[in-house]
Design a protein around this ligand. Structure first.
Ligand SMILES: [Zn+2]
Length: 137
């Protein structure tokens, strides 16, 4: 399925071939680099180039490599927001954790949410969506 990912600020295309490309910098550290994420919801493969790596339990600031806007959510602590555009042109907010090693993804529709990852329960409190409109991937 051909989906696109856009920066929430500049609407620039973050996906190249089979990866989403973001800039990441470790909080309170000079460590920074580019990270490739898998566009498939629930796939937590990240690719970086050594010596830069995403460390378990460390917090990262993600920025758009095009406009340099911060993508970490101001509304939901520890979540990062990008926009997913599906084949039918519909746009969804997709959130993932800014903490290294945490596996959770939320795809927010108008009145429904798709949830993936074993760490998702930590953040479901943010999303006030009735159980019948929640889909667990
Ligand atoms: Zn941008």
């Amino acid at each position: 399925m051909a989906v696109d990912y856009l920066c929430k600020m500049c609407k620039g295309h973050l996906k190249v071939k089979t990866s989403i490309i973001l800039a990441a910098s470790k909080m309170n550290s000079s460590q920074r680099g580019l990270v490739l994420l898998d566009p498939e919801l629930g796939n937590y493969t990240t690719t970086t180039h050594p010596p830069f790596k995403i460390e378990e339990d460390a917090e990262y600031v993600y920025t758009c490599p095009i406009c340099h806007s911060q993508l970490n959510s101001g509304k939901y602590k520890h979540l990062v927001r990008i926009i997913r555009v599906e084949e039918d042109g519909k746009e969804y907010d997709v959130y993932f954790s800014d903490i290294g090693g945490e596996k959770c993804t939320f795809k927010l529709g108008e009145d429904n949410i798709e949830i993936a990852g074993p760490d998702a329960p930590r953040y479901t409190k943010y999303f006030d969506v009735p159980e019948e409109y929640r889909k667990y991937l």
